[in-house]
Design a protein around this ligand. Sequence first.
Ligand SMILES: [Zn+2]
Length: 205
Amino acid sequence: MTETPIAAGSVLGAECKQRIAQTVRHMVEAVGEDATRRGLVDTPARVANMYDDLLSGYSVDPVVLLNDALFDVDYDEMVVVRDIEFYSLCEHHLIPFFGRVHVGYLPRGRVVGLSKIPRLVDMFARRLQVQERMTQQIARFLNDLIRPDGVGVVVEATHLCTAMRGVKKAGMRMVTSAMLGGFRTRPATRQEFMSLVAGRTEEAS
Ligand SMILES: [Zn+2]
């Protein structure tokens, strides 16, 4: 019946995607729609193919992701990568939350390639998530990986589950942070990081 083929799953696998498609078809029918009408007939397969992308973070192998991306350098000042865009799915409502991640660390002889940090963020964002846990996961992973003197992660996000339903406050953003090592124990380090991150926030607003 469906015209859009369910593409071979790169992440979720064909059987998993068939089950997602079937579930979506049931949802469409449950709200009283005709699942065979033109606009909807391909929707279950389309949604299944989409989730293969949106949930691809489960299948990323961090060792492969970061292969060859660690460098030994004689640099011990703070490294900050800010405004990393991300899109995730709230595990309570299965609709998006999205925004920006700011990452900082104090290297101890070892840094990670700049392009890898956004991919690391994606690895944790492209899952069923809650913002608090995602923030912690990014911080802990970086900490374990490069063994720095400290790591700070700040996530600012808009949640469609509060914008579209519930309290319906579209402009509301949630801010979470995770501070490890020197970012937790030294107020001056934390302050330096937060001022570098806040600088952008003030410019943008
Ligand atoms: Zn939610």
